[in-house]
Design a protein around this ligand. Structure first.
Ligand code: IPE
Ligand code: IPE
Ligand code: MG
Length: 240
């Protein structure tokens, strides 16, 4: 499929995506939920390719939330192992495509084997400049803000910073990935219209687009259709 030519300035730099609907996709087919997660892998990497083709610079993918620990032990176990395998399987391909992989999330509770795999992929791809794929594994927006606040309190106690130095710029340096840019386009599949604790700090001025498609049915075309809608939006940022 040929990538559309979007007018200059109408392509978002940073796209955040809530990859939702795997379970429903599987249920519709009489398959176990895990089959839906497996089918979702291709959707993510097709979207990464489609993003590169049209000049998106950064994609943040919500792979496992801090709330997803509430799922059955079997599903949690599957998702941890699956995330680890996906990173291992895809990292060379991503590296050859010029993609920098970053892990964004909370260390506490995350399986060590998953974290190790993510850190290895970060190391392997750290020189790539063309595109960044933020793999948000064990990510929660509130915990990101609380953890940043804790780190700031520690630095104040150590007299590294003073309370009156705290501003938005300084605060953002304490987030899980301080290099992350603001989200321009926030996408969610599956028809649910909520953000589910994904990137609240970074998304305050994001354009939100909710799509009815279930995640495993998503392709690069889904992203391009969303970018076309995004291009029509008037982003005023509070200006008149
Ligand atoms: C999203 O699909 C994948 C993860 C949350 C890991 P779901 O598993 O939430 O699928 P639905 O929402 O139950 O259909
Ligand atoms: C959000 O989807 C988390 C991920 C996609 C990783 P959920 O399916 O967990 O969110 P809720 O339960 O619908 O809010
Ligand atoms: Mg869901």
């Amino acid at each position: 499929m040929k990538a559309p030519k979007f007018p200059k300035g109408s392509v978002p730099d940073h796209v955040a995506v809530v990859m939702d609907g795997n379970g429903r996709w599987a249920k519709k087919r009489g398959l176990p939920r895990t089959a839906g997660h497996e089918a979702g892998e291709a959707a993510l990497f097709d979207m990464v390719e489609g993003a590169l083709e049209v000049g998106v610079k950064e994609l943040s993918a919500y792979a496992f939330s801090t709330e997803n620990w509430k799922r059955s032990p079997d599903e949690v176990k599957f998702l941890m192992g699956f995330n680890r395998e996906v990173i291992r399987r895809r990292r060379d391909q991503m590296n050859e495509m010029g993609v920098r992989i970053r892990w964004v999330g909370k260390e506490k509770r995350l399986w060590k084997s998953v974290l190790d795999e993510l850190l290895e992929a970060e190391e392997l791809t750290k020189k790539n400049k063309k595109f960044t794929l933020n793999m948000c594994v064990n990510y929660g927006g509130r915990s990101e803000i609380v953890d940043a606040t804790t780190k700031i309190a520690v630095d104040i106690a150590k007299k590294k910073i003073k309370p009156d130095q705290i501003n938005e710029k300084l605060f953002s340096k304490y987030l899980y990935n301080p290099g992350m840019s603001d989200v321009d386009l926030f996408l969610r599949s599956s028809g649910e219209q909520r953000t589910s604790n994904f990137l609240p700090w970074q998304s305050v001025y994001a354009e939100m687009i909710f799509m009815d498609v279930l995640w495993p049915d998503v392709t690069r075309k889904t992203l391009w259709d969303a970018i076309a809608i995004y291009g029509e939006r008037d982003r005023r940022f509070g200006k008149a």
